[in-house]
Structures are given as structure tokens and as C-alpha cells.
Design a binder for this molecule. Sequence first.
Ligand SMILES: Cc1cc2nc3c(=O)[nH]c(=O)nc-3n(C[C@H](O)[C@H](O)[C@H](O)COP(=O)(O)O)c2cc1C
Length: 187
Amino acid sequence: MKQFNPKPWFLPQTVIIIGTYDEDGTPNAMNAAWAGTWDNDKIMISMGNHQTTLNLNRCPDFTVAFATKETLVASDYVGIISGRKAKDKVAQTGWTAVKGEKVNAPVFTDFPMTMECRIERKIDESATGYYIVADILNIQVKEEYLAEDGKPDVEKMHLITFDPVHLGYLEIGQRVGNAFKDGAQLK
Ligand SMILES: Cc1cc2nc3c(=O)[nH]c(=O)nc-3n(C[C@H](O)[C@H](O)[C@H](O)COP(=O)(O)O)c2cc1C
């Protein structure tokens, strides 16, 4: 085994797009990979100091869209360009923004699935950002991405994951097993 010093190489990493409104109501979006589940109805995000952070300090509402192969280029764009410098950066993505059902934040309808969230807690707040714990208030899924049982069909979504080692995006592939079940073969 080759040994490496500590690096943020936790695998696999999500690619989420955080949607907020600027002070004047313009939709903004940013890419985040350091995020995950906190509890059954809560998520966490490691948030730096961005335009999004300013927006969240003013209003705790935001959306989380899960990035796909089809939205990859624009998803990366919103991760390298700040709304602080590029006013209305979302216009450049070509995405369509509509107001959330439960939160005062934009839902980008180009994504299969979007969570509507509200900050419940900020942890270790400093000039460089904070860790967000947020309540999931609603989940929107486009009809064409539903499975026969009426729930989201993750396999249909072409979701991407961030490779922090070689700075790439990988497409999430096919279902290869059954959770809480296949392990029983070894009982
Ligand atoms: C692949 C990728 C992952 C990123 N992950 C995070 C993250 O987890 N947390 C964070 O604060 N910024 C992250 N960023 C950086 C922000 O997306 C970036 O600074 C963005 O321009 C902020 O936009 P804003 O200033 O308009 O809010 C990531 C960027 C990329 C490209």
C-alpha cells in the first residue's frame, strides 16, 4: 500500500448546486462538494466565504440541486465564477430559475432533483465561512425521473461525483446490488 498525507479525499463526493437569491432578487448558484447527510431530515455543507454566504446571512433559505452529466459544464462554471464579480452569473448557465415551493430560493428546473432547505444551525462561524446544518423542507423531482413505485429513480438521473484527487467529475453508474439485503448472503 502507498501512504499519503491527510487530504480531503473522502470518496465519493457529491456535486451539489446551491441556489440562493441576491439582495435584489437575482438568482445565484454555486457548486459544493463538501456536503452530505446530517440526519433523516437535515443536511450539512462546509461553506466558505462566497456571494452565497452573504445571501445566506441575509436569508437562511436555499436549494440544493444534484448535478448531472447534462448540467456539468454550467455546474463547474458556477463553481469557478463568483456572483460577487459576475452579476447574474446564472444567466450564463442557461438554467431556468423558479421560486421554491417552501423556501425563498431559486429552483433550477434543469436538474432532476432539488431539495428546498433552511439553515437550522451554523457551526464554527468565522470570516472564512461556517458549517451549515439545514432542514430539508421539500424535495422536488421531475416526473420523468420517477421510478415505477413513484419514488426518485437515481439511476435515471446521470448524477456526477467529484474526484478530489484528479479534479474530475465522474458519472454515477448502474445499480450493482441491494442495500440491507445482499450482505445477508454471508449470514
Ligand atoms: C468541484 C467544486 C467543489 C466546490 N466545493 C465547495 C464547497 O464544498 N464549499 C465551498 O464553500 N465552496 C466550494 N466550491 C467553490 C465555490 O463553488 C465557488 O467559490 C463559487 O464561485 C462561489 O460562488 P458565489 O460567490 O457566487 O457564491 C467548489 C467549487 C468546485 C468547482
